[in-house]
Design a protein around this ligand. Structure first.
Ligand SMILES: [Zn+2]
Ligand SMILES: [Zn+2]
Length: 121
């Protein structure tokens, strides 16, 4: 699949500077010259090569930049905060799932409620 390298870099930059997971349309809003369909195409490619993780909230897909992370990640179902888990916690979770025959990778994103959103309840 071909895409403009400069556009891809801009999409990745938007994800890198955001503390929360972003949807394709949110990214497109921040990028003046690039349409949502192009952003979506770039994101889909980045998910398949493991650069970006995808999580679903409601009916919308949200994306986060992974870079070279080797630990697991969590995303808040309410505010979309993207959390990098400690290596130690990641290993514990991986080992527990492994006992059930399940394999996880950095692209596996755990849906949860962050401390702030839990506090609001
Ligand atoms: Zn939250
Ligand atoms: Zn990470």
């Amino acid at each position: 699949m071909e895409y403009d390298t400069k556009q891809k870099k801009e999409v990745m930059d938007e994800l890198k500077k955001s503390p929360v997971a972003l949807s394709a349309s949110q990214i497109a809003c921040n990028m003046k010259s690039t349409g949502a369909s192009t952003v979506y195409r770039i994101l889909t490619q980045a998910v398949s090569d493991g650069t970006v993780s995808m999580s679903v909230r409601g009916r919308t897909r949200y994306y986060s930049y992974l870079g070279g992370c080797h630990h697991l990640h969590a995303t808040c179902m309410q505010c979309g905060a993207f959390i990098h888990l400690d290596d130690e916690i990641s290993n514990d979770i991986s080992n527990l799932l492994e006992k059930n025959g399940l394999a996880v990778s950095p692209e596996s994103v755990i849906s949860c409620l962050c401390p702030q959103c839990r506090g609001k309840k």
